[in-house]
Design a protein around this ligand. Structure first.
Ligand SMILES: [Ca+2]
Ligand SMILES: [Ca+2]
Ligand SMILES: [Ca+2]
Length: 867
């Protein structure tokens, strides 16, 4: 753990192929398909040839592409082979477009301080793609706009906003997009928009006025520089050379040289809590250092007095944690400082922003989420805040039965509708209640079930009476910061339940989703009420034509209900309905009654369907859905089932089939107080804890309020083991929390962990000490890799993140109270979270399920701190 990198002044100045299979020199990492185009959402702007330049991933998307400025749903190549040739210092990838039977090879070879990028073809470019296929690479707009560039000696400045020129071309010339969908509405013209280049030539220098961003590209082929934002707000600056038609062999060659600032060392990233600290809590900053940096012996805590003067409050030793991926980590413990006040950390010349030490720093951590983020995501309502309208009432025309479709956004409708409706028929009554999924505007039923459950849990545990939101279902109107006499959480439970009950009543079971029918309105950025025209789709009218009575239109923009029946989703809904009916009783008795009716019916039907189906399930699917993949800890993985374990698994599976899911049983007991549910739970929990302690501890803790002392005593040794699991993170990474490596950063996993730790502390304070509950808070509020901004657009933080992937992302903005997924891992060793570029959903999007999970975490943390 103590292997500190020795700083070396005389590091080789040429790009070298390193052990992690990328090209490296101090301040430049050049990756060749360490990350390929295989994410769930097509072009995620995270793949191909990438450059991490002075610590920031500013270039990606290097590949053979079929468009001047590829959009998310343009075709991406499949990587069919990748070879690393150490002797020649080169990496070769084979790329294939199955839709066009088109293969190419890209070979990247180190040439001193530059690399050569060459495209090789064994067969000429297919005729359909001649003039369209090219070698592309993409530059991050937020790191290049307003900077100067030079093409063949001509100077220019990269624009802050897209204002270059375009042409239109016949649709027949447009290469096929994802699954044949279209990202654009051609308004009946039969033509698509194609950007024209900003500049063309043979030698380009990007950012001649910024040595940290300067990249020079030279080629005998014509280089064309485009602005991808002309088609899509999340587009990048694109450099490309069209591949010549009819040629084979080495058809295009570029020389690419990223400038390196001599002796550059990355500024230390001092991770600490932007929300501040209570006087008594542990206070340990984690400092992320360049591997060529030499750790200092001490750091200081400075106090800012009320008169504005500064004084040293504390000086303490720097202790080493060691290397973790590409950086080196040290810690600075200033727990000794307990006096309330305004402070900042001074490490060498690096000074943090100020923060508070005060008993009340956690008081407001959930307010922005409950008062602002959640109500803005209420669907089928007009949402107002002061002078501002967030959105009008969306989807007034309701939802059509989806036809069979292999759809976008991971949605699918099977061949049968599983309903009484014919494809394209209006399913009445679905345009009520519900919450927008995330940065998009669909209702994901599974997420909405989670949301209602999260609100119910918050309500049952903490009974928050906070009332800052006016909600009128009759007026279909929400007004922020206007109390209406009803606790907001209760209104949120009602709003979620209204949509889900409508689904069960109208469809007969749960829809998988209520979502966009056409891709060209799915990527909508703006007022949700303008996604569709609010008029019923009438195929007897021409597109854009409106009926004489003004009620129907020929524009096929109506949303669809995806209705393929999924009994496990129905079962989850049944559980949630039982709990909702309990929570809503006395507030909305009619809805409570409807929820209970649907709960009983779905429970019965779904259990029968599942029994018929008798689906084979693999070991981890039921054990825990959240922690099974991608924990950045190899020690967690690969535990092979032994004989005893196999036996336990068998028994668990049988119990589950006969008694139902244990967490569901527990929730049903909470809702009904019927003892059989508690017995069903008790019959399963101990095996579950033996099989997967960390994944099932939360459920075990959730049962404590219903159980006797004997249960608690039996649970005790498991909590002791869980405490070891918590402490184990201290040696796995410098931050002491589970860190995810998936294509979606791991905030949900971190929040789950945080909630479980909080409850373990509440019920077993002698085993899980109070100091443990700050692990996740520290991470969320700024103690993490890359930068030290709070991942929560939160009240109280000095420096929250400023841009998120919300539905206002095109304005480089945030919706207050959002929680970002966090640190996105790029293989093989890079964590990042952009705060000047909101469009990478894997690091910046907030989801309705995640943000309501945060409300539970935050509420429990506040309660513990207030003790
Ligand atoms: Ca969605
Ligand atoms: Ca209210
Ligand atoms: Ca419509």
């Amino acid at each position: 753990m103590m292997l500190l990198a020795v700083p070396s002044v005389s590091k080789a100045q040429d790009l070298q192929l390193n052990d992690r299979e990328y090209f490296e020199r101090q301040s430049v990492n050049l990756l060749v398909f360490s990350n390929s185009f295989n994410g769930g959402f097509n072009d995620e702007k995270n793949s191909g040839i990438e450059i991490i330049h002075h610590g920031v991933r500013t270039v990606q998307g290097g590949a053979v592409r079929l468009n001047n400025t590829p959009e998310q749903w343009d075709l991406v190549p499949r990587m069919t082979d990748r070879k690393v040739d150490r002797d020649n210092g080169s990496i070769e990838v084979a790329l294939r477009y199955d839709d066009y039977d088109f293969d190419s090879r890209v070979v990247v070879t180190a040439r001193g301080k530059a690399v050569e990028i060459a495209v090789w073809l064994d067969k000429p470019v297919p005729e359909k793609l001649a003039g369209e296929a090219g070698l592309n690479i993409e530059f991050l707009p937020s790191q290049y706009w307003l900077k100067t560039f030079m093409m063949d000696g001509r100077l220019g400045r990269l624009p802050r906003y897209a204002t270059s020129q375009t042409v239109t071309r016949p649709n027949s010339e447009k290469p096929r997009q994802f699954k044949g969908f279209k990202t654009y509405d051609d308004r009946g013209t039969g033509r698509f928009v194609d950007p024209l280049p900003i500049e063309t030539g043979h030698s380009l220098s990007m950012a001649t006025d910024d040595p940290s961003r300067l990249v020079t590209i030279k080629s005998d082929a014509e280089l064309k520089l485009f602005d991808g934002r002309m088609l899509a707000q999340n587009g990048w600056f694109v450099l490309r050379s069209v591949l010549p038609a009819g040629k084979t062999g080495k058809v295009v060659t570029w020389t690419v040289e990223p400038h390196a600032i001599p002796g550059w060392i990355r500024e230390p990233n001092i991770g600490f809590s932007q929300i501040g600290y209570t006087p008594e809590q542990p206070k340990v900053a984690v400092i992320e250092l360049d591997k060529n940096d030499t750790p200092l012996a001490t750091a200081k805590l400075m106090r800012i007095s009320p008169d504005g003067t500064q004084e040293q409050a504390f000086e303490g030793a720097i202790t080493s944690w060691g290397p973790y991926y590409k950086y080196n980590y040290v810690k600075f413990d200033f727990s000794a400082v307990k006096e309330p006040g305004v402070y900042f950390i001074l490490y060498g010349k690096t000074k943090t922003n100020d923060f508070l030490i005060d008993a009340h720093v956690y008081d407001k951590i959930t307010d922005a989420t409950t008062d602002v983020w959640v109500p803005i995501h209420m669907d089928h309502m007009y949402v107002n805040e002061g002078y501002r309208t967030w959105h009008g009432e969306p989807f007034k025309e309701g939802y059509l039965q989806a036809p069979e479709s292999d759809h976008f956004d991971l949605h699918r409708q099977g061949a049968s509708t599983d309903t009484k409706y014919k494809p394209y028929e209006l399913i009445p009554g679905l345009n009520v209640g519900g919450f927008f999924d995330a940065g998009d505007f669909d209702i994901e039923t599974g997420s909405n079930i989670n949301v209602v459950q999260n609100f119910i849990r918050t309500w049952e545990l903490f009974k928050p009476q906070r009332d800052e939101t006016f909600v009128s279902q009759k007026q279909r109107y929400v007004d922020l910061h206007r109390p209406d006499g009803v606790p907001d959480i209760l209104q949120f439970i009602e709003h979620g339940t209204l949509n889900l009950v409508a689904q069960a009543e109208q469809i007969g079971h749960m829809a998988s989703t209520l979502s966009n029918s056409v891709l060209d309105n799915y990527h909508h950025l703006g007022d949700a009420a303008s996604i569709t025209d609010g008029l019923h789709y009438d195929p007897s009218l021409k597109p854009y034509e409106v009926s004489a009575d003004g009620k129907r239109s020929g524009t096929p923009d109506d949303m669809w209900a995806f209705t393929t029946r999924n009994p496990s989703l129905d079962l989850r809904a049944a559980t949630m309905f039982a709990a909702a009916s309990h929570a809503l009783k006395g507030y909305n008795d009619d809805l409570a009654e409807r929820a209970l009716t649907q709960s009983k019916r779905l429970m019965k039907e779904a259990t029968e369907l599942i029994a018929q189906h008798n689906a084979r399930e693999d070991e981890y699917a039921w054990l825990d859905g959240t922690e099974q993949t991608n924990i950045a800890n190899p020690r967690q993985q690969g535990a092979k089932p032994d004989k005893k374990r196999q036996k336990l698994l068998e028994r668990s599976r049988m119990n589950r089939e006969q008694l139902g899911d244990m967490a569901t049983n527990l929730m049903l007991y909470g809702a009904t107080q019927e003892k059989q549910y508690l017995d069903n739970f008790s019959a399963q929990i101990w095996d579950a804890l033996e099989l997967r302690l960390s994944g099932n501890m939360q459920t075990a803790l959730d049962a404590v309020p219903y159980m006797d002392e004997a249960y608690k005593e039996k649970l005790r040794p498991y909590v002791v083991k869980y405490e070891e699991y918590i402490k184990g993170f201290d040696t796995q990474n410098p931050y002491g929390v589970p860190i995810g490596l998936g294509n979606w950063a791991g905030v949900n996993m971190v929040l789950n962990f945080g909630i479980t730790v909080n409850y373990a502390h509440i019920y077993f304070p002698d085993i899980v000490g109070k100091e443990e509950v700050y692990r996740v808070a520290n991470w969320l509020y700024g103690r993490h890799p890359y930068h030290n901004y709070s991942f929560v657009a939160v009240v109280g933080a000095t420096r929250p993140k400023q841009v998120f992937y919300g539905n206002n992302r095109a304005d480089f903005s945030a919706i207050p109270g959002n929680v970002a997924p966090g640190l996105l891992f790029r293989k093989p060793d890079h964590f990042e979270n952009f705060d000047d570029w909101p469009f990478l959903w894997g690091q910046n999007e907030g989801t309705i399920a995640g943000n309501t999970q945060y409300i539970i975490f935050g509420s429990s943390l506040k309660n513990i701190v207030a003790e």
